[in-house]
Design a protein around this ligand. Sequence first.
Ligand SMILES: [Zn+2]
Length: 386
Amino acid sequence: MPSTTSSSLSVLASPSRYVQGKGALDELGTHLAALGRNPLIVADDTVWGLFSQQVTGALAAADLPATRVGFERFATPEAVDSLVDVIAAGGHDVIVGLGGGSTIDAAKASGHLARIRWASVPTAASSDAPTSSLAVIYTADGEFVEYRFFPRNPDLVLIDTQVVAHAPVRFLAAGIGDALATWLEARATRRGTADAMAGGRPTRAGTALAELSWDILWENALPALDAVAAHVVTPALEAVVEANTLLSGLGFESGGLAAAHAIHNGLTAAPQTHGLTHGQKVNIGSLAQLILEGAPTAEIEDFIAFTTQVGLPNTLTEIGLSPEDRDEIEAVAEAATVEGETIHAMPFPVTAGQVVDALIATEGISRRVRSERGLPAPELYTGGGH
Ligand SMILES: [Zn+2]
């Protein structure tokens, strides 16, 4: 975890190469060949069922074998260690995380431990995990365990927008939630004195890219969601994929995380939230952060209206909780404010009590704004485990 005291250095961390566009997956072999001769692909059964032919063909075109290992749901310490064993047994020199954020994080963590190169090939623009030099480790039930920091970013990030256009709409919406938080958190970190995740004070580049991601999303998020619903690639979708994947990744790593992601991590302690995506929970964190920092009312209300249109939750109801669940909300707030959490990058001291109040406040404010603006009332989420 980065220190919350000021460092004299600023740091920008980034992947060595970022490749995006329609048909990019067909070029995977060309880009991987620059990194190694014996790649190991990590993909769950669903992802491999969809992309094995295309990936095998792309690798064969570059004279590379396509060895694949399966993956369960979360990047647990055990999943990472077992990938390290597979790398060693097969003599692999580059590992490719193909799929969602947890697959990619497990590939990064095992590639680091095995001292080989690693590449991220996301099959949706659902989070900014692919570009960063850190992995989020969970329990098998999806509870946050720790951030693991690596001295390098992925050697390659490759994202095919045609693939993104065929992924479920809710994946893109989740990525938008993750990327909207980036500017709110980078702005707060810049105002404070803490280090960003990259291990130094935010660079101006990191902060500016976080803001660019925000601006792109307000302009393009809704038409990009329309594009994915129609399975087509448009300039709006290309813009949002870049915001969600590259800009948000650079922006959070070198601009700083603050309250929104700490509250997300706290929410993973509540079993009710377990079926939800990272970006959905982050969006609750973003709104709670805006309330916590006393942001202008117009900014808070516009954020609620916009994220409702995107299809992201902004009430406790939509993540399976209610303002009456005092014990759960207190447990979430305690977890969000433990020592070392990024909430302490906020430019003022934050207590668990303040987080409880901000979380409870989301319900009433969002219900009022949605009703005033003719947007649908929140529906109770019941998908979580108990
Ligand atoms: Zn995130």
